[in-house]
Ligand binder design. Structure first.
Ligand code: UD1
Length: 420
């Protein structure tokens, strides 16, 4: 198993190119199930979750050709409709194939994803919406079996909670449905917006893109032609490197980034003392020596993302005062706290609220990554900790960060990938 070894250096400086967004890529790859053609996708990140979904589609009969810049996915040869446990257990987002496979074939089986380190993460809202669209859902022997032999029908869906992959799944199902589907309380994340925009450009008319009410005009089962597209930049990867700049007090320039997707993150970093120079596709962070404490509540987009909570918590350990960080989306998303405490951070947890007394000196030690974003929080802490920090179990990090150690080495960090 690999681990990362980090030693503190005096300063970082330079450019970091942001990769394509993992969370945009996953639904976009699933979307190719709706296509009549082989789809070319540019800017897919080189991360494990993407390989997992391509493997899932290949197992079902699709032909996937992974290139360094362009990947082609041809699902015209896809014949199988069962996503098995061995793949789904490694990535919950495999559930994204349920909507499009069911819409195209009238049948789909997906292993139940099960629990997850950051909380229960049920998929009841996906299933309830598909039932409203006329699907019959049976749960047996650990599998969801969905059938809709006469196709799905458009209807009004009101999500009780905002769900990102739930919205993407139902948008894809509704794309081939008979009639119109109106989704109320839809997710507005940029990753959902890109999915809707590409479907809209491919002949599935969608009204309300980027709002909480989406109207999807189904094609009554007709598959669509999808032109080549490029995945949007990863806003969470970008936010993580901005935190790296802020915590090490280094001026870093991110390239291939979209600042308009990072509003809440930039605004919190500003509150903490950083300023920015922003162009169409770059962000330069000008950090301040004094990091100010902050109050953060994680919420759905456009509010502050839960996927940035762990990194800001690491940053808050170096602030000049007490920060309060409230996690509203996932009940167990503070596993990084005990690891940061082992490095010397002063954090107390009360339910879903973390109180971080900043300004403590961190010391390098062995720490364990517990989920994807917790992993990068430990790397951030390692960049400023005295001595050597060894971050173990980085298979979590490899799920979603493209070449993290190489990108950090390029700006002067002392970080190595080593074998246990
Ligand atoms: C997506 C992101 C993940 C991010 C999360 C919240 C992808 C691949 N993953 O995950 O990185 O942390 O959004 O921004 O895009 N819920 C239910 N029932 C459901 C579905 C969700 O109760 O059927 C709850 C969840 O437990 C959670 C909340 O709704 O409390 C939001 O979850 P959701 O938006 O669905 O997260 P994901 O799409 O899994």
């Amino acid at each position: 198993m690999d681990y990362l070894q980090i030693k503190r250096v005096n300063s970082l400086n330079g450019n970091i190119k942001i990769s394509g967004a993992k969370n945009a890529s996953l639904p976009l790859i699933a979307m190719t199930i709706l296509a009549t053609n082989s789809v070319s996708i540019k800017n897919l990140p080189h991360v494990a979750d993407i390989n997992t979904l391509l493997k899932l589609l290949s197992n079902l009969g699709a032909k996937c050709n992974r290139g360094s810049d362009t990947t082609t996915v041809d699902t015209t040869s896809l014949t199988q409709t069962k996503a098995t446990y061995d793949i789904v257990k490694t990535m919950r987002a495999s559930i994204l194939v349920l909507g499009p496979i069911l819409a195209r074939f009238g049948h789909c089986e997906v292993s139940l994803p099960g629990g997850c380190a950051i909380g229960q993460r049920p998929i009841d809202l996906h299933l309830k919406a598909l039932e409203q669209m006329g699907a019959k859902i049976d749960i047996k022997a650990g599998y969801i079996e969905a059938t809709a032999p006469n196709g799905l029908k458009g209807c009004d869906i009101i999500f009780d909670k905002i769900t990102v992959t739930g919205t993407a799944n139902i948008v894809m199902a509704a794309a081939l449905a008979n009639g119109n589907t109106i989704i109320t309380n839809a997710a507005r994340e940029p990753e959902v917006v890109q999915l809707c925009e590409i479907l809209n450009a491919s002949g599935v008319k969608i009204d309300g893109i980027g709002t909480a009410v989406l109207t999807i005009h189904g094609t009554s089962g007709k598959l669509i032609n999808i032109d080549e597209f490029s995945v949007i930049p990863d806003r969470i990867e970008a936010g993580t490197y901005l935190c790296a700049g802020a915590i090490t007090r280094a001026e870093l320039t991110l390239t291939n980034v979209n600042a308009s997707h990072l509003g809440a993150v930039l605004s919190k970093l500003e509150e903490m003392g950083s300023t920015f120079t922003i162009t169409d596709d770059t962000i330069t962070i000008h950090p301040s020596d004094l990091i100010k404490p902050v109050k953060i509540v994680t919420q759905e987009y456009p509010a502050f993302p839960t996927d940035m909570q762990a990194q800001f918590l690491a940053l808050a350990t170096q602030a000049n005062g007490t920060s309060i960080i409230e996690e509203k989306l996932f009940e167990n998303r503070f596993m990084h706290v005990s690891e940061l405490q082992r490095m010397g951070a002063d954090i107390s947890l009360n339910g879903h609220v973390a109180t971080v007394n900043g300004g403590t000196k961190l010391s390098g030690t062995d720490v364990m990554a517990t989920d994807l974003r917790a992993s990068s929080a430990l790397v951030l802490a390692g960049l400023v900790a005295d001595g050597t920090t060894d971050v173990h179990r980085i298979y979590h990090l490899d799920r979603g960060y493209d070449s993290l150690e190489v990108k950090l080495q390029n700006v002067g960090a002392d970080i190595q990938r080593l074998k246990e």
